[in-house]
Design a protein around this ligand. Structure first.
Ligand SMILES: *Cc1c(COP(=O)(O)O)cnc(C)c1O
Length: 449
């Protein structure tokens, strides 16, 4: 199946070319030309498979003939060697075999190596890109701007992969301590380098965008983006909505299903919407934002006004100009009414978020990261306004310990670091500091080429 450019639909590309070039030649975002649909019998079959097997079947529709069915299964089994449980407040897992009458779950997408949901997309992207580059012998230089979690996920997904160099750009003071340790300890001699920008996330992102827009620079270094402008980041995020919704529906067939997604660049939401288009039994989407919430305004007024981002407690969602908004419009043919009917949005400031994180922890023992808390607040607000019973799934996007300092301050209690994070503190950080100037970036890339 091919991909087309949102700004000029006559420009099309196969999966591999869309992935490795990131943007269409006219600078447009790629979208799949068509989405598969499945019969009820096929849906039942996919739901009965393991997550990795189901992901490989879905990936068949989104990739091209440079991947055999066996390649895709091997890629998905290797990428998804961790669990994605749906848990109640007291930690029980949703089990389709013996459902109790629970109606509220957290879909924990943070059991991958960097403890945030971005591992799902990054690991698929890393393995599909390496598969293509190994076959063709080509090379790529990946530039990625991060507000905290993307950089770690992409860095680890491409660490020691042949044919790729990765440069991660993060804003000074804009990421958590644990995140910074994760970004800067992949090894001074490794193919993954961390660059700290003296500026905000918007400035880091602008620098990376300028580098791609510079045709000569882009060509010289074979630049590739691993941010969610790359459709290869967005597609795998449909897989977990597809599979988990089949599990939830099997357990509670009579209840409609709603997911709440704490959001920033809207890539995770786009994945959910794509899953629904493929027949995933999801009835509604709720989107939780911090005060960086142009989508919420759009849902209520129909007016979309991106703006500069403001720093918050949920730093991975400090995005004022979400990359994936045009993809969402395209999925709905720009029809505001339908978008507003299927997606409910709400935003919350840091004070409300901190209070809710603390309250849920004190009352139930379930500890959420600040992003997940925003999603859960939105789910509560949504439920309070409807008189229908839903199976409610809040997407838990990161492990709370990834924001150890911030979360400890909120709950006034210590939280232990899981081993995966504790080992980072035995490693020596290495980082390059840069002003955010394109000439400086170009010189830096030349030096390391
Ligand atoms: C990236 C991130 C988000 C936001 O996801 P988008 O796809 O950008 O909307 C939410 N929570 C966490 C923990 C993240 O890392």
């Amino acid at each position: 199946m091919d991909y087309y450019s949102l700004t000029d639909p006559s420009l099309t590309a196969r999966f591999g070319d869309a992935l490795l070039s990131s943007l269409a030649p006219d600078g447009g975002l790629y979208m799949p030309k068509s989405l598969p649909s499945f019969s009820d019998a096929q849906l039942a079959e996919l739901g009965a498979m393991s997550f990795a097997q189901c992901a490989a079947k879905l990936a068949r529709h989104f990739t091209d003939d440079r991947f055999s069915d066996d390649d895709l299964l091997a890629i998905c089994e290797d990428a998804y060697d961790f669990t994605l449980p749906m848990r109640t407040f007291d930690g029980r897992e949703l089990d389709a075999a013996v459902p109790e009458d629970d109606d509220e779950f957290f879909l924990e997408l943070f059991h991958g190596p960097t403890l945030a949901f971005k591992d799902f997309a990054a690991r698929f992207m890393g393995r599909t890109a390496s598969h293509l580059l190994t076959k063709s012998g080509e090379e790529r230089t990946i530039l990625v701007a991060t507000s905290g979690d993307t950089g770690g996920a992409i860095g680890y997904a491409f660490l020691d992969q042949p044919g790729v160099k990765v440069y991660i750009f993060y804003p000074e003071g804009g990421v958590s301590k644990v995140q910074e340790q994760q970004l800067t300890t992949m090894g001074a001699r490794s193919n993954v380098k961390a660059v700290r920008i003296a500026g905000s996330f918007d400035e880091a992102q602008a620098l990376v965008k300028d580098a791609f827009a510079d045709k000569a620079l882009s060509k010289k270094h074979n630049l590739m983006s691993a941010n969610s402008i790359n459709v290869g980041r967005v597609i795998p995020q449909s897989f977990y909505y597809f599979w988990t919704s089949l599990q939830a529906k099997a357990a509670y067939p009579d209840r409609p299903l709603v997911y709440s997604i704490p959001s920033g660049n809207l890539g995770n939401l786009t994945g959910g919407l794509v899953a629904k288009r493929m027949g995933a039994p999801i009835d509604r989407f709720v989107v939780g934002h911090n005060v960086n919430d142009p989508l919420v305004d759009y849902l209520t007024t129909g007016e979309y006004e991106p703006r500069p981002s403001v720093p918050t407690l949920s730093n991975a969602m400090d995005i004022g100009r979400p990359n994936n908004f045009p993809r969402i419009l395209s999925l709905y043919d720009n029809d505001h009414k339908t978008i507003a009917a299927e997606i409910y949005g709400a935003s919350f400031d840091d004070q409300i978020t901190a209070r809710h994180l603390r309250r849920v922890y004190n009352e139930t023992g379930y500890l959420m990261c600040p992003h997940t808390t925003v999603g859960h607040l939105a789910m509560e607000k949504f439920s309070a306004g409807v008189d229908q019973d839903f199976t409610k799934i809040t997407v838990a996007t990161a492990h709370p310990a990834k924001f150890q300092t911030e979360v400890e301050q909120v709950i006034r209690d210590d939280i232990p670091l899981p081993d995966a994070l504790a080992v980072l503190y035995d490693k020596e950080p290495s980082v390059h500091v840069m002003s955010g100037d394109l000439d400086e970036l170009a010189a830096y890339l030349d030096k390391h080429a």
